[in-house]
Design a protein around this ligand. Sequence first.
Ligand code: ADP
Ligand code: MG
Length: 224
Amino acid sequence: MKNPTLQLKDVSFAYSSDPVLKYLSLDIEPGEFIGILGPNGSGKSTILKLLGGILRNDSGNVLFKDKEISKYKRKTLAQSIAWVPQEHPMVFPFQVSEIVLMGRHPYLSPLTFESQKDFEIAGRAMEITETTHLSTRPFNEISGGEKQRVMMACAIAQEPEVMLLDEPTTALDIKYQLEILNILQRLNRDNGMTLVLAMHDLHMASKYCHRLILINKGQIIKDG
Ligand code: ADP
Ligand code: MG
């Protein structure tokens, strides 16, 4: 029996007094391609942030490879789990290639610069996401679909085992949605990357994901 990559065990979480998640349990096996679906405010983003170690659970256990996620160093965790947020609140005029290279930060020691290998990995991530031609463009000036692909390139450059993506296709035209889902499909199929996506569109999710988890009010109402 293989062990789950990520596990939520009876996890509860509240931002303030009202609980958002109550005793939620979920096992994510290596190589899965999971879509988490549910109405706005149902807890999708919160679940992803707990799985990524960005938020800390109030009770229960969040485990990555059988070890409490809070016990990992941030940097170690970032070498294994990449989180692609829904919003990209980047206001500084970084150019695209610089943002992708930031994905290599978990591998750099303090006071060292990126090596040739880091540039190569970032370059490959841009090829996979078809963002190479955007390299020198300011991030602020590219389209929404392009921004999403650049954020994915940054996550790929992290060389993670698991990628958590928060509504990566919401608000994009159908053409861009398909591009993104096809990239994810290849990462899952060819690289065995474990993927967990918060999704809005049931139709799209059911076409790509191998497992769909429906949540409502912070509870799993269907899993399969
Ligand atoms: P979803 O991603 O499914 O829309 P969220 O996980 O973002 O849902 O939100 C779940 C609940 O937690 C909602 O009621 C939302 O209002 C609340 N919430 C989300 N983020 C915060 C926050 N930073 N502070 C307080 N409440 C929050
Ligand atoms: Mg959300």
